[in-house]
Design a protein around this ligand. Structure first.
Ligand code: FES
Length: 130
């Protein structure tokens, strides 16, 4: 298994990796299989995600994909952020090893749940795991 330079760059220097107290929305997502887990926090102003941060517990790829998710989502409108896919995250990292492709679910799933939380939509336990 070999990680791309981009994955290593984000793993060694994760962007926006911090806990946020005054968030407008917060979402969780975790894998019951590997145990990796993430919390995403968003700040929203005029329908734009002005801040996107996270705390992640997991593997190299989960750290790198969470970091990339945050850089892709920051500055986007709610509608644009909801369109970010696992493939977008993976492509922005120049790919992931086959057995690590599921790691890109973490950040994207938690981001969607954080947006739902901001919108006042209840997120079920089933929607917080994969
Ligand atoms: Fe499961 Fe990374 S090994 S999210």
């Amino acid at each position: 298994m070999k990680y791309t330079d981009k994955v290593m760059e984000h793993f060694l220097n994760p962007q926006n990796a911090y806990s946020m107290d005054n968030y407008d929305g917060k979402g969780y997502y975790g894998s019951v299989e590997c145990g990796d887990y993430i919390e995403v926090y968003i700040k929203v102003k005029d329908n734009v995600l002005t801040e996107v941060s996270y705390m992640v517990y997991g593997c190299t790829a989960s750290v790198a994909t969470s970091s990339m998710m945050s850089t892709l989502a920051k500055g986007k409108t709610i509608e644009q952020a909801l369109k970010i896919t696992e493939d977008d995250v993976e492509n922005a990292l120049d790919g992931l090893p086959e057995e690590k492709r599921h790691c890109s679910n973490l950040g994207v799933g938690a981001l969607k749940n954080a947006i739902k939380n901001y919108q006042g939509i209840e997120v079920s336990y089933e929607e917080s795991i994969f």
